[in-house]
Design a binder for this molecule. Sequence first.
Ligand code: ADP
Length: 259
Amino acid sequence: HVLTHWVPLVDNGELQGVVAVFHDITDLTRLENIRRDFVANVSHELRTPVTVIKGYAEALIDGAMETDPERARKFVGIILSHSERLAALIGDLLTLSQLEAGSMNLEKTTVRPEQVAKRAMELLQPKAARKGITIDCSGLSGAQSVLADPGRLEQVLVNLLDNAIKYTPEGGAISFSAAVKENMVRIGVKDTGVGIPPKDLPRIFERFYRVDTARSRDEGGTGLGLSIVKHIVQLHGGAVGVESEPGKGSEFWFTIKKA
Ligand code: ADP
């Protein structure tokens, strides 16, 4: 994409000629497209739960409340779960915008990965238990401490663990690992889940990119979890990655500086 500017050459108030200035706006156009796609995605993601909430609230007002209390209770449940979806989405959007604006200040301290993983597990153990999924964090016992913002690191582990649970069928297994490489620690979260097709792997950390949108929505996903993970890790000077085999499972990993 090229944008042309015509610049008049004026000398002593007299027009001497014009000069054409070409700007390569390929990058600008690309950024503008990304921004526009993002706004469209956000609007769409917000509209879906709002439409559902509105529909069921209307059904309640229109009589379901009096005529069929059983059904009314179900409708209220649906309204509640879509409100939760909406809240999760807004929360993730706020986090992401803070991360992208560079306004998230990290308070780095020495952190033991095992301790952070335990907190993430406390939060998500009930969800895993409901699917009969086991979580093994013995791979982190005695792991090298890292230099990180504990709250943010917990968010990374929560997002990765939550995904591992969401995309692993009943009775599966999840395990944590840690390995030191030079001045970095590589932390892995491995599952025996559905895996990710090779063609999707390169885009998996993009905002709103999902392999299976319906499945992600059913699981309460926002499509923003991995992009938040990537941003937080990069802000710490680390990198993220994934290895996966469809039908077998995935391992998401990130690196973070040794303490
Ligand atoms: P979502 O809210 O949809 O889970 P994420 O950004 O966390 O959003 O993940 C993006 C997509 O990556 C998911 O929709 C899913 O298709 C895929 N994904 C993430 N984690 C896993 C995993 N552990 N196993 C299989 N697929 C995964």
